[in-house]
Design a protein around this ligand. Structure first.
Ligand SMILES: Cc1ncc(COP(=O)(O)O)c(C=O)c1O
Length: 230
């Protein structure tokens, strides 16, 4: 069998390997605490199940506009205003089938051959694989345990080159749990202000799985919203 070079460029995620190992050990009767996959340990809540069933019964099952139904994008804007005090319009929103799909679409839309994508470590393993699919280059910035697994402005600026296309991070972070404060984000934004060609890709999927309590989005800083956005 000859697979495409695209498929050969990436490897099986360590998280999936660990999840498989966890299942195998559990099947042997060993008590395993599996921290591999970021999946909640509860079933889909009842009101969400019922809303999905109602949507099918109401025939919300036809092809959608490419960015998603307008009503859904309006609801996303309402959430962003209510929970994050962020002003977005439906035309700024694209709905995808999960965060992984959103990240894949974003990276494939932005990253060209040899473009550099800066990613603080430790990071969710999918990030580097998606950059590889796009033929980009991953530039890791090592965070330190004594800094709470967060990077600072000097570390960020030290790795920026004319090839830097994007900065990709999650806060709260999988796997470290690190949460950037408003001040820490503001310090990074001061660097991005000097390099307007860099796109910031903020994965905020764990907004509510947060052991600090306060979640801050880097989208609150106007400089992060690019000219085409406003
Ligand atoms: C940081 C991070 N982003 C995105 C995802 C995937 O999100 P989804 O299941 O919505 O594709 C995960 C799943 O583990 C994750 O840890």
């Amino acid at each position: 069998m000859s697979l495409s070079t695209l498929l050969q460029r990436f490897t099986e995620p360590e998280t999936l390997k660990m999840a498989k190992l966890g299942r195998e050990l559990r099947a042997k009767g060993i008590d395993v605490i599996d921290l591999s996959l970021g999946e909640p340990d509860f079933d889909t809540p009842e009101h969400i199940k019922q809303a999905a069933i109602k949507a099918v019964n109401d025939n919300w099952s036809h092809y959608t506009p490419v960015p998603g139904y307008l009503e859904l994008r309006e609801a996303v804007c309402t959430k962003l205003k209510r929970d994050n005090n962020l002003d977005y319009k439906p035309e700024h929103i694209v709905v995808s089938t999960g965060a992984k799909q959103s990240l894949a679409n974003t990276i494939l839309a932005l990253v060209d051959d040899d473009d550099e994508v800066v990613i603080p470590t430790p990071y969710w393993v999918t990030y580097s694989e998606l950059v590889k699919i796009a033929r980009g280059k991953v530039v890791e910035v090592r965070s330190k345990v004594e800094d709470g697994f967060k990077i600072n402005a000097a570390q960020l600026e030290a790795v920026i080159t004319p090839k830097t296309k994007a900065f990709l991070f999650s806060s709260p972070c999988n796997p470290s749990g690190a949460v950037y404060s408003r001040e820490e984000l503001a310090a990074l934004v001061e660097v991005f202000k000097k390099y307007p060609q860099i796109y910031v890709i903020a994965d905020e999927i764990y907004e509510y799985i947060n052991y600090v309590g306060d979640h801050q989005s880097i989208a609150q800083f106007d400089e992060i919203k690019t000219a085409w956005y406003s």
